[in-house]
Design a protein around this ligand. Sequence first.
Ligand SMILES: Nc1nc2c(c(=O)[nH]1)N[C@H]1C(S)=C(S)[C@@H](COP(=O)(O)O)O[C@H]1N2
Ligand SMILES: [Mo]
Length: 330
Amino acid sequence: MVLIVRRPDYALPERDATPEHVYLDRRRFLQALGLGAAALGGGLAGTAVLPRALRADAVGDELARQKALTFSSNGEFKLPDPPTPPPIAAKYNNFYEFSRDKDVYEYVGQFQPRPWQLEVAGLCENRRVYDVDDLVKRFPLEERVYRFRCVEAWSMVVPWVGFSLAKLVQESKPQSGARFLRLTTFFRPSEAPRQGEKPLFGEGEPWPYTEGLTLDEARNELSLLAVGMYGKTLARQHGAPIRLVVPWKYGFKNIKSIVKIEFSAEQPATFWNTLVPREYGFTSNVEPEVPHPRWSQAFERDIATGNRKPTLRYNGYEKYVAALYKGRRT
Ligand SMILES: Nc1nc2c(c(=O)[nH]1)N[C@H]1C(S)=C(S)[C@@H](COP(=O)(O)O)O[C@H]1N2
Ligand SMILES: [Mo]
């Protein structure tokens, strides 16, 4: 076994902040060996050899496939920062169903985001199944430029196109006992290679990916169901055909390729919180003063410019969301 010397956490620049998966692999590996977490650090990660459905240079083809959307601009959500160039955002993704590294675009060639149904279920009066193309016509689409901050301490600026989640919540008529929303991604091992992988150790990842919000968070005006970016439909690696955007929370809350939204009385289990509860809380608001257990959250690195800049509380959206938390921040 290779022995790797662990650098002290304070020596990690943000750009090297360990991706979620490195810790997971290490933990399972050590569990399997019956060792403690201090025994070694880093280096066990790596994506298994998979058929590459798209060529490494095919991100341009994928972006060219996207169709134009009709929308109005929501001037409330504009930023001084220029948007991240689409080819940069499209080659730097987290989508664990396809890859544990940022090269997701190389593995999404089999994924079929249309036709697509979204089911609304649970504690509401209007339980029903929507076709995504009907949903897109039902609610007027708007463009909003949001900051996006991953828990791994990188960030970007994205002009999303979508409609507010609050509209779907309202149309669904939640029952009085409903306090949370549970959102679920597709489960299709034949299209998403990692969902079919046998775990090396233990139970593996709790597919399908799930996330959750309180009903109040879901009704906040910032919460967006995005169907597009940069004026066009979403590329597959960004969570086509419909994904959540909650810009005051860390990126992993922004669940992709949603097939189901359920109203519930209890706080739902979520993918990352189930895997590593100590590191990925249910609420997970962006908060520079609360470090991740393995790195600081005080700064972030812009994926386009490489510039390091201070992270803002609630990712800069304090005025919209602070009232939801009444002094509690994360
Ligand atoms: N279904 C699903 N949704 C997901 C993820 C994932 O692995 N699976 N990764 C999350 C994480 S960690 C981030 S940072 C964002 C990345 O969105 P982007 O690739 O469009 O930038 O998607 C989030 N949504
Ligand atoms: Mo993330």
